[in-house]
Write a protein that binds this ligand. Sequence first.
Ligand code: AGP
Length: 600
Amino acid sequence: MCGIVGFIGNRDCKEILLYGLEKLEYRGYDSAGIALINEDGVKVFKEKGRIADLREGVDESVMASRGIGHTRWATHGVPSKVNAHPHQSTSNRFTLVHNGVIENYDIIKKAELADVNFVSETDTEVIVQLIDKNVNSGLSVEEAFRKTLSTLKGSYAIGLLDAQDQDTIYVAKNKSPLLVGLGDGFNVVASDAMAMLQVTKQYVELMDKEVVIVKKDSVQILKLNGDKVERSPFTAELDASDIEKGTYPHYMLKEIDEQPFVMRKIISQYQDDNGQILLDEDVRNAMLAADRVYIIACGTSYHAGLVGKHYIEKFAKVPVEVHVASEFSYNMPLLSEKPLFIFISQSGETADSRSVLVQVKEHGYKALTITNVPGSTLSREADYTLLLHAGPEIAVASTKAYTAQLAVLAILAVDVANAKGIKLDFDIIQEFGIIANAMEALCNDKDRFDMLAKEFLSTTRNCFFIGRGIDYYVCLEGALKLKEISYIQAEGFAGGELKHGTIALIEDGTPVIALSTQEHVNLSIRGNVKEVVARGANPCIISIRGLENDEDSYTVPAVHEDFTSLVTVVPLQLLSYYAALHRDCDVDKPRNLAKSVTVE
Ligand code: AGP
């Protein structure tokens, strides 16, 4: 969470920093700030709220070609102007932005900075005060920076300015993402290449516990002990237009609409010239060698993992367990003899998942990451990676990444089934084509979902989603989507489970959204709908062509029974989107959330 940017070079950088922060708002958006340095010294501008609020407070007349910026998702201390970054040392010599969590900040405060008058409630302020103290003890700034970093426990991506040296931005990284971008006569710093695409596509990746001395025409990477590191830059495979909303009112709607395209892209990426599924041989061999697969993920990615379990067990005949990363990390179950771990993460930066990956690697187990972000931490640290090819997902509510995760998991399962000589009753490439068309038809029916959202969700306090089998897994995702952007208390349940307690919450008019796409449980789920209707519920049944009934609110186009999740999730995404609009919620930036959850 939190995003940082920095610029040092040959032109006024206010707009570059502010634009960059706007592109990083997905990482946090409760307060923001920039610090500019020129011959008159350092000027800091901070505001509670969004970058738009910060923009209004920045003095246009201050010209500076060096600066750092930050957009915050509060961990230590409420969102406020005082707690917003940049933070300064008491002497005002050092100014710093930080993304991450310093776990031992309180210990450092008491042990080393007892005489310092702290102005904020943040863990970050400890870093800048300690750097100042270490410089005062006689160290050079670079030495003091490295010494301070060695004292810190936790995660950090840092940008530091020294009021006595206009020619340097000091940078460091541990566990939180950070890149240095290279330009002609300037260099930049950013949590994500998206923030600086307007000025450069050339980036240098940083490893944990590295320090970088960034000047306008040089970049020097060091280890914490001062040893020099050489690393070649890479070109970001992103286009500035990939991260614009275009004519869409919200990123979420754009990303929902992109799903048919993403399905077709995935087919093309995982297909050979003969029209056969093509997967990295090492990934296939790792799957073949495993006696059990452990899928580890959070939130939407966890929900994708549940459907992935269905694919891998049914097609490839490999047993699968799916675990929430934050639980697995502290309560590891008894493992099989030859486990393979699959980490599913859109961002590839989720701290809870990474914490499990670190433990898995310590035990010497193999790990595969399925992610949308090449070069992300989870991708780098796992043995293998499969990419989602979904393009940047910017809305906090994940949509196209979820369907891409299902598609890649299905391809993985089919590939392993093929390798084992297991005969399947479908051609996955053909099925994906049918699914892409079905998604398109659903995206073209937005008015209908707008109306349904108005009817069922515009004023309700709560909402239940019920389904059985893979429909149940999609219900969990539908409920998460609805609650995160419309703030309606929403829960997904296995159809048969509601009557074991939760049915007590059904009142007159409570919306119950039921999915029915599986023939073998069609009658049972419809029976469950009758049970809630008898207690006053307002049912919204979403069925599939072939199983439809007069009482249904919507029927999605027919697709293969094992792949219905890829299609039924689209109405649930659109219902959530329109429910949020009807309730005047900020669709792309819901309260209390951030896109990339980089704290445990
Ligand atoms: C999805 O709508 C959520 N914003 C969230 O649950 C997300 O899926 C979760 O934080 C995991 O993120 P990741 O896929 O980037 O690891």
